[in-house]
Design a protein around this ligand. Structure first.
Ligand code: F6R
Length: 609
């Protein structure tokens, strides 16, 4: 949700900024822009539309400088126009700012600044920042002091970076929005180059040495080196850490879309999630000491979107093991938290670790004294840092806006966590713990065979002009049905809904017609009931696509078409079925010529509530 980037000291600052913007486009693609400071002034080039449009404009502009900022926007205040694109400048044009987040008091600040004679040229909340800095510079003091004073006036969430014509330096700070710092070739060395960004993939092809900045940190980066200070100006020490993501992870390679690449990466992603965490019948996570959950009596999950569906799946596994578990949409939990006590474990499931709704829910739990655990993909993310404990899903970077491999990695990790929690909470293993763990080991190769043998492309072709698409299932298959519908609607823009299979007859059946295919997800459990639901929709003339393990012949016979998955432990079949539904969505969206990796109005990391 908006990506900011800054580059200092690279040989070709413009190209490094464009690389950063391209790698951050999953955060927003309504407009893009860059600003360069070159001692003589600040030059800004920005435009509505995707990064490619900016590249076109830059090809006719000759920009130079050793210090620059970049921004890719997901609109909050004001429509996607050239004027609303970042970077934003002050009245003098001597300084430029990029921002991710929301300045909540922007209206009041704008009024104050207008009253002091400042002229605004955009509808954005961000534009108050350069004018504030301008105001404080005019009052006397250096750029750093003016920047600090301006930031102190802001309320809301922000990661903000600034360049000024007078200095070969970038100033940046964060409060509630992500900001990471990359160091290439060793700080202070003559060849050093530095990168600031909303997320590590922005600069992964230049460096994997990262400093995770904390809220309130102010960083000044110049070609000769950098300094991080707290809000009061005293130096703070932040370690440089190496990330184990590879630059290839953020390349599309020979694929047309990141989404397709990431679907294909699932065997590896799931294997990574499981690797080294199962020893015989026991599960261990490096980050969780033995017995850590002994005093936990119940689990509450908070999450959004695809992560919410993974949490539903995980909670189902816990309940099947006798551990009370409930799942809440994070945005609802934050405003209406259910009763909880010191024996409650609050688990935030979040790929990015930066989703504002999920962070707000976790913070509300923390403020009530509830213990928190983050299940996330991003080491160094806000969720990982703020929660009492963190478990990483190890999926590698996910660039496609539609989450795919991270759902599989979340479910695999939550399956392990269910086994672990069940042992700690109930002091006993689930009845079939060893079967589940053994089955988990075979899931990567079974995902591989789904990918190799899927007939999803054919079915997408057959049903591509339907009026709407419905998905049904029970228990874990219900979460997969919800996820199948979310995936289809977000990338194809077609109407799609998921329902618990048994709920169809209580209302949704009214929507079912011969032009609304229904995908029925079977797991090997509750077969007769699912067959009953299939018959209900077939009787209304709707075509049924069963997504079923090979042994589920009754389901397959009741359906019109089948997307087969290999037989597996019934608790893990949903993971395989979901891969078929990802492919169905992908092929439907490509047939409709949709921008699969960047669906309209969406952004990957939703950092506003
Ligand atoms: C859907 C999708 C979103 C995210 C949601 C939560 O494909 O990607 O629904 O799942 O915004 O994001 P995280 O998991 O980063 O908290």
């Amino acid at each position: 949700m908006c990506g900011i980037t800054a580059t200092v000291g690279a040989d070709d600052v413009v190209s490094a900024l464009l690389t950063g913007l391209e790698n951050l486009e999953y955060r927003g693609y309504d407009s893009a822009g860059v600003a360069l400071a070159n001692g003589a002034g600040v030059e800004v080039v920005k435009r509505e539309g995707r990064g490619d449009d900016l590249v076109d404009r830059l090809s006719t502009a000759s920009l130079s400088g050793r210090v620059g900022l970049g921004h890719t926007r997901w609109s909050t205040h004001g429509p996607p126009t050239d004027a609303n694109a970042h970077p934003h400048t002050d009245c003098t044009g001597e300084l430029a700012v990029v921002h991710n987040g929301i300045v909540e008091n922007h209206a009041e600040l704008r009024e104050r600044l207008r009253g002091a004679g400042h002229r605004f040229t955009s509808d954005t909340d961000t534009e108050v920042v350069p004018h504030l800095v301008e105001e404080y510079l005019a009052a006397g003091g250096d750029v750093e002091t003016a920047f600090r004073r301006a930031v102190a006036d802001l309320s809301g969430s922000y990661a903000v970076a600034l360049v000024h014509a007078d200095e070969d330096a970038v100033y940046a700070t964060r409060e509630g929005s992500p900001l990471v710092f990359g160091v290439d070739d060793g700080a202070g060395t003559p060849d050093a180059a530095y990168y600031l960004a909303s997320d590590v993939p922005a600069f992964l092809e230049f460096t994997d040495d990262v400093v995770y900045l904390e809220d309130g940190d102010v960083i000044r980066v110049a070609p000769a080196g950098y300094e991080i200070t707290g809000t009061d100006g005293t130096p703070v020490d932040r370690p440089v850490e190496s990330v184990d993501w590879s630059p290839d992870d953020v390349e599309k390679g020979t694929y047309d879309h990141y989404m397709r690449k990431e679907i294909d990466e699932q065997p590896t992603a799931v294997a990574q999630a499981v690797r080294g965490r199962v020893d015989g019948g026991a599960v261990s996570f490096d980050s969780l000491t033995a017995g850590i959950f002994n005093d936990v009596a119940r689990v509450q999950f908070v999450a959004c979107g695809t992560s919410y569906h993974a949490a539903l799946y995980g909670a189902q596994l816990l309940r099947e093991r006798g551990v009370p578990a409930r799942v809440f949409l994070a945005s609802e939990y934050a405003v209406n938290a259910p009763p909880a006590d010191e024996q409650t474990l609050l688990v935030g499931v979040t790929q990015s670790g930066e989703t504002a709704d999920t962070l707000a829910a976790l913070r509300s739990g923390q403020s009530d004294g509830i213990r928190t655990l983050a299940v996330t993909n991003v080491v160094g993310s806000t969720a990982a840092r703020e929660c009492d404990d963190a478990v990483f899903i190890r999926a590698g970077p996910e660039i496609g806006v539609a989450a795919t491999k991270t759902f599989s990695s979340q479910v695999a990790t939550l399956s392990l966590l269910a086994e672990r929690l069940c042992r700690d909470v109930r002091d006993s293993r689930g009845d079939d713990a060893s079967e589940l763990l053994a089955a988990l080991d075979t899931i990567p190769s079974k995902i591989g065979s789904v990918l190799a043998d899927s007939s999803a492309a054919e079915l997408a072709d057959r049903y591509g002009d339907s009026d709407a698409y419905f998905f049904i299932g029970r228990a874990t298959a219900h979460s997969v049905a919800l996820e199948g519908a979310l995936k289809l609607k977000e990338i194809s823009y077609e109407h799609a809904e998921g329902f618990p299979a048994g709920e169809l007859k209580h209302g949704p059946l009214a929507l079912v017609t011969p032009t609304t295919p229904v995908s029925a997800v079977a797991t090997g459990r509750h077969t007769e009931k699912l067959v009953g639901s299939i018959e209900e929709v077939s009787a209304r003339g709707a075509p049924v696509i069963a997504v079923a393990p090979r042994s589920e012949t009754a389901v397959a016979e009741a359906a019109d078409d089948v997307l087969w998955v290999p037989d597996s432990h019934p608790e893990l079949v949903g993971l395989l079925a979901n891969v078929q539904l990802q492919l169905l969505s992908y092929h439907t969206a490509t047939l409709l010529d949709r921008p699969v990796d960047k669906p309209r109005n969406l952004a990957k990391s939703v950092t506003v509530e």
